[in-house]
Each structure stands twice: as structure tokens, then as C-alpha cells.
Design a protein around this ligand. Sequence first.
Ligand code: TXA
Ligand code: MG
Length: 324
Amino acid sequence: MSHAVLWFLVKNMIYPPSPKNIELLSQRLLGSAIVALPTETVYGLAGLASSDQAIAAIYAQKKRPQFNPLIIHGYNLDLLKSHVIWNPWAEKLAEAFWPGPLTVVLPKNQNSNLSLLALAGLETVAIRMPQHPLMHAVLSKVGLLAAPSANPSGSISPTCAEDVEIAFHGALPVLDGGACIVGLESTILDLSGEAPQLLRPGGISLEDLENLLGPLTKGSPLAIKAPGQLETHYAPNLPLRMNVSVGQKNEAFLAFGPEYPEEQEGLLNLSPKGDLQEAASHLFAMMRKLDQSHYAGIAVAPIPHQGLGLAINDRLKRAAAPRG
Ligand code: TXA
Ligand code: MG
């Protein structure tokens, strides 16, 4: 047997989504272990939101700076509300978009028993109700989970169970929920100030939010409270260039739209029909696939800056940022 096959047999920690495995992994979470779980956006590295032990393990596993707070995930709206000071914006947004790829930041309820480590000492809490049925099944058993994306800090977020397995060398159990439908992290809105403020574009478009709330203030880069907004993030190993119509010979090419081929050596197309939702769902997987050392870099075709294009361009811009 080859080393590769042996490694897979020994290290495979991907759990098929049977009721037995859902129960098993929920029990581990209740015992303060950490587990990777699927959501509709990206896979999350989950731990019990009230357990400092679990939260410390998440930061250690990701090598994440401890000043960067985690999103609290819940399926029970009353339970989520009990940890924050709820307001009418949150009510409207939850009604329209939950469960779904939207996170809201609200002032913390002083009686909350959420791990202070998970909140990085802030007086606000980021909460979201995810949409994936397996995440629901687990949340119904365990209550609230803190879950950052299940990738080492600064690297590309995982959109399938195998991405997580490879990123952490099989060190963690992963519940297999297949490929993530949205493929980009949730949109984050800060509702703790005078007006709602966009902190991170994501799976719910700015247009949809503004239809509901009116024009939004964009988080100013100086006032950044979400350290996920650190310049370099989602970094592939190769340098990446945006808004390129024709790549150079030695570059891999990430295309978008019908004027490019669907697929050929060194070229992948985010959406041959030019659909931004499809492009979002393929973005991270295709960046990973093209991130191979025999190319000099990755060139990316222009992506329209509307709808989910805002979130796609945001992630590409960070992937393209000069490395510190
Ligand atoms: O789609 C998602 O949101 C995924 C899935 C797993 O749910 N999670 C995710 O988590 O993207 P993470 O940790 O990779 O990104 C969370 C972002 C970080 O940029 C963090 O700084 C910000 O949320 N954040 C968390 N709590 C915050 C708070 N109280 N105020 C402002 N930003 C906050
Ligand atoms: Mg992340």
C-alpha cells in the first residue's frame, strides 16, 4: 500500500452525515472538543460558545490572533437574542434573511455567559443563524457555537470537507456536508452604532440589504473593528492580479463569463454564463486549484462590481494584497 493511501486511511477524519455521527460529534462539542461543520457559506471550526477551553482550542488550531473575535452561531432565535441587545434593524434583517448568510453585530447583553475569549473582550457580539441542515441538526442539540472559517488564519476558506481535512492534516473531525452552496462568508453588518454599517461584504448582497434598510454606511478602513479585514487574507501561495483580460503565458487564469473558454490547461471559468452567484460558489475552490507552484501567478478576469461581485472582488483584493 502506498504512503498516500495509508495516510488517508489513518488520517481520514471526514464523518458522513448520518444521525449517529451527528449525535457523536454533538456530544464531543458538548464536552468542549472542537469539530469542523458545514454551513451554506464556508466550513466552520466550531466550539461551544460558552466554553473557554473550546474557544482557546479554536484560536490555537487556526493560529488566529486572539484579538480577532468569533461569530456566534445559533438556530434558536430567542437563544441568540438573549445574549445581545436586540433592535428593530436586527428584527427586520432576521425576518428577511435568517437562516442565511448574514451576520449582525449588536451590543452584548451583560448577563451573557458567552466565552469572553470568543468575543475578544469586545462589548459587542456578532451573531448569525446559518442555513445548512446539518449545522441546524447540530445546533439543535448543542445550543450556540462559535465558529470561524475552518482554515489556518489568513489562508483561503474551505468550501468542502476535504479542504478542511487537508488544511489541518486530519487533526480534526469534519462533518461532511458536501460543497457549500454560497461559497463566500456571510455579510457582516454592524448594528451597534447610530446607523447600520457594512463591515464585510458577503453572501447577502448590498443591494438586498439597502432595499430593506435604505443606504448603508461602509465601514471606514480606519475604523475597522473586524480584524478579518486585515489587508492580506484569503492568501494563495502564488501572487494574484485582478482585472486582467489576457493573462501572461506562465500565469494561471481565472476567467468569468462567456467570452472565455469553460476550462482548459491552466484556465478555470468561475461562471461561463456570467452568473455572479455561481462565480461566488466556485471562487475559493478554483483559487485553490490554480494555486500550483508551476505557475508564476494567478491572473483574474474583471468581475462586475454589483450583487455578489462586491464580495468576490473584496476577497480577490485581499488575496492580491502585498504580503507583509
Ligand atoms: O460565513 C461565515 O461568516 C463563516 C461561517 C463559518 O459561519 N464564518 C466566518 O468567520 O467567516 P471568520 O471568523 O472567518 O470571520 C468572522 C469575522 C472576522 O472578521 C471578525 O473580526 C468579525 O467577524 N467579527 C466577529 N465578532 C465581531 C464583532 N463583535 N465586531 C466586529 N466584527 C466582528
Ligand atoms: Mg475566516
